[in-house]
Design a protein around this ligand. Structure first.
Ligand code: MG
Length: 314
């Protein structure tokens, strides 16, 4: 298994020269920028966005068709500043509403979760017949390199879940599978950090999924056309350098069109909504005994062409 995992490890960090949008601070203000990864430079686009009558990365997403060419021209002609001189926040640091999430959406993970007994005492390894949708509170969102609060005294069973997240561009209700990708603006990386004891004891998953800082996001928001075929992406999670999760997005039980069709059947999706698509096998409770996170651990989640989160447990 390890050989197979390592085989695609190095290319995960090769994310080329695509324009990647970020929210960052360099002083007090939150700014929107584009990162050139190869040159380690960030271009501040906030003034262009303000002139266009909007603000923030959400404003960019809402006005993408009008703004894109101008922003690309600004990057092409701009000087940029050293990426190391700024602090990256989550690309959408203040989501309008909760992050939509999907439970048990990779078959091997559904089985390990069933075996763990956290789902039900019967330890059923049955796969879900329909998507399991839950959410994380907006206040859980934190930056791509920010420390994660272990919430000692609230939880003793801290776990990681590396995931591909979809960012909605054009909202809508009753979106069909066929139209679903026309509503996708792009993608980012999420660690769906989970307090397993709270998840188990409170039945509904909101508490166990929503503690402050338990949703690292980023580092970039990458538009769908720059990502290409999303099913070719690979998700990999490492804890202190050890590969724990690795799977291609094509292994999702319910694919992105199915998730969008399911959620939007009766809920209007909005620009800037984020859907975390589920996590592969290899979470802490998948091991016997479980491998929970402890203070000082460093969790990295990488996705092909989207970059890497790297968060230390405080
Ligand atoms: Mg998850």
């Amino acid at each position: 298994m390890v050989n197979q995992l390592c085989s695609f490890g190095p290319q995960l960090v090769q994310i080329g020269s695509l324009m990647k949008l970020v929210t960052f601070t360099a002083g007090a203000d939150e700014r929107v920028g584009a990162v050139d990864v190869d040159r380690s430079v960030v271009f501040d686009l906030s003034d262009e966005i303000t002139v266009a009558g909007t603000s923030g990365l959400l404003g960019v997403i809402e006005n993408w068709d009008d703004l894109r060419a101008e922003l690309e021209a600004s990057v092409a002609s701009g000087a940029g500043q050293d990426l190391d001189s700024v602090t990256l926040l989550a690309p959408l640091p203040h989501p309008v509403r909760n992050i939509f999430c999907v439970g048990k959406n990779y078959s091997e993970h559904a089985r390990e979760f069933g075996r763990s007994g956290y789902d039900s005492p019967t330890k059923s390894e049955e796969l879900p017949a329909t998507p399991i949708i839950f959410s994380k509170a907006t206040t859980a969102v934190t930056g791509p390199y920010t420390d994660v609060d272990p919430h000692h005294g609230v939880t003793a069973e801290l776990d990681y879940e590396g995931e591909l997240a979809v960012i909605i561009g054009r909202g809508g209700r009753g979106i069909s599978r066929e139209d679903a990708f026309t509503h996708v603006w792009g993608y980012t990386v999420i660690n769906d950090v989970t307090a397993r004891d709270l998840q188990r004891e409170h039945k509904q998953w909101l508490l166990g999924k929503s503690l402050d800082t338990h949703c690292p996001m980023g580092p970039y928001a990458v538009s769908a056309d720059e990502v290409g075929d999303v099913e070719t992406l690979e998700v990999e999670t490492r804890v202190n350098g050890e590969v724990r999760q690795a799977a291609p997005v094509k292994d999702l039980i319910f694919d992105i069109p199915e998730l969008i069709a399911t959620i939007s059947a009766g809920i209007t999706l909005q620009a800037g909504d984020v859907i975390a698509t589920g996590t592969p096998a290899g979470v802490g409770i998948g091991f016997d005994p479980p491998k929970f996170l402890v203070s000082g651990d460093v969790v990295e989640v990488s996705i092909t062409r989207l970059g890497s989160l790297r968060n230390r447990i405080a």
